[in-house]
Design a protein around this ligand. Structure first.
Ligand code: GLY
Length: 307
C-alpha cells in the first residue's frame, strides 16, 4: 500500500507527495516533492523561506532525507541562501561520499549543483528579529551589537512558542520502499550554527524498509540525546506495535532532565503502511496528515497525547 504522512504544517505539500506515489513514483521523490511547497511558503515560520532567524538575524536551515532500502541518507545544517535544503540534503546523499555537510561547505555544494538561491529572511522575519532585539537588549548593549557573549542571549531568547516547527514527511511507495524527510529553520533566535535534530540521522528521522520509519518535530536537543527516531524503528524491530514503539520512545524522553521547553511529536509509519503519531508535552489538539497513495484526499488525524 502506498501512503504518505506528514505533520500539520506539511499539509500544503501532501497532495504533491501523493501524486508522485499515484504515478508509480518513489517514496524518496514523494518526500522531497512534498517538502518543496513547505520550504517555499514564507508564511510558514519554522521551515525554509520566511523561517525564524537566529540571534544574529540570519536564517539558517537544516534538512535530512533518508531511504529505507539501503539506509542511505544525506543531511545539511546551518545553510543560508538556498530555497530547498531538502534537495541539497539529497545531493549530499547522491553526489558525495558523505552524509552531513554544514554551513559554507553545504552552500558550496548547492552552488556546484546549481540549486535555486533565495533570500530566506523575509520582511516579516526581519521585523520579528528587530522587535526582539529592541525589547530584549538594553540600550548600551544594542549600541555594541553584536555583543561579545551571545550565549546568555540564547537562554533569554528561547521561548516555548518559537521552538516548535519543522516539517516531516514519511512515505511508502507501491514497491514497499520507504523514505523520510525533514526540513526546518530550527528554533527562533538560536545560537548561530546550532543544529537541531532535523539533520541528525536517527534523531530527527530514520527509516528502514524492513520495519518502518519515524520522524520528530519539537525540541531537537531532546531527541538528539535520546536518538528518538532510531529508537522507534528499533522498537518495531524488537516486535513492539507501532503505538507501543512510539510510547516507549516517549518514555525514553521522559527519562531525560528536561526543561520548560519540553515538547516532541513523533510521527511513525510501519512497513505495512500503518501510521501513528504521539505528542509529548504542551500542545493543543496535536494532529497530522495522512494521504493514501491510491486514492482520496488527505485527512487530518488526531495524534495520541502524553503530557
Ligand atoms: N526539531 C527541530 C529543531 O529542534 O530544530
Amino acid at each position: 500500500m502506498a501512503i504518505v504522512i506528514c505533520n500539520e504544517v506539511g499539509g500544503i505539500g501532501i497532495g504533491h507527495a501523493a501524486r508522485v506515489l499515484r504515478a508509480g513514483g518513489d517514496a524518496l521523490d514523494a518526500v522531497e516533492r512534498g517538502i518543496w511547497p513547505v520550504e517555499s511558503d514564507p508564511r510558514i515560520h519554522s521551515v525554509g523561506r520566511g523561517g525564524w532567524p537566529n540571534l544574529l538575524g540570519q536564517v539558517e536551515l537544516d534538512a535530512c532525507i533518508m531511504e529505507g532500502a539501503h539506509l542511505r541518507s544525506g543531511a545539511v545544517g546551518a545553510v543560508r541562501g538556498y530555497l530547498h535544503p531538502i534537495t541539497l540534503a539529497r545531493r549530499v546523499m547522491e553526489r558525495t561520499p558523505h552524509v552531513l555537510l554544514v554551513g559554507e561547505g553545504a552552500e558550496r555544494l548547492a552552488a556546484e549543483c546549481g540549486l535555486e538561491r533565495a533570500e530566506n529572511l523575509t520582511r516579516e522575519g526581519a521585523a520579528f528579529w528587530e522587535h526582539w532585539r529592541a525589547s530584549a537588549i538594553p540600550g548600551d548593549e544594542a549600541r555594541a551589537w553584536p555583543p561579545d557573549a551571545l550565549a546568555p542571549l540564547a537562554w533569554r531568547a528561547a521561548d516555548p512558542v518559537h521552538t516548535h516547527g519543522t516539517t516531516v514527511f514519511l512515505a511508502r511507495d507501491g514497491r514497499g520502499h520507504m523514505a523520510a524527510g525533514v526540513s526546518t529553520s530550527g528554533w527562533a533566535l538560536k545560537y548561530p550554527g546550532r543544529l537541531g535534530d532535523s539533520p541528525i540521522v536517527g534523531a530527527g528521522c530514520y527509516v528502514d524498509d524492513r520495519y518502518g520509519a519515524a520522524a520528530c518535530i519539537g525540541q531537537g536537543e531532546l531527541t538528539i540525546r535520546a536518538g528518538t527516531a532510531r529508537s522507534v524503528v528499533l522498537y518495531l524491530k524488537l516486535g513492539l506495535s507501532l503505538s507501543d514503539a512510539c510510547r516507549e520512545a516517549v518514555r525514553d524522553l521522559e527519562h531525560l532532565a528536561a526543561d520548560r521547553l519540553s515538547f516532541v511529536m513523533i510521527h511513525a509509519l510501519d512497513a505495512s503502511g500503518e501510521h501513528h503519531a504521539l505528542c509529548w508535552g504542551d500542545h493543543e489538539s496535536p494532529r497530522y496528515w495522512v494521504c493514501s497513495g491510491e486514492q482520496g484526499p488527505a485527512s487530518l488525524v488526531n495524534a495520541g497525547h502524553v503530557r
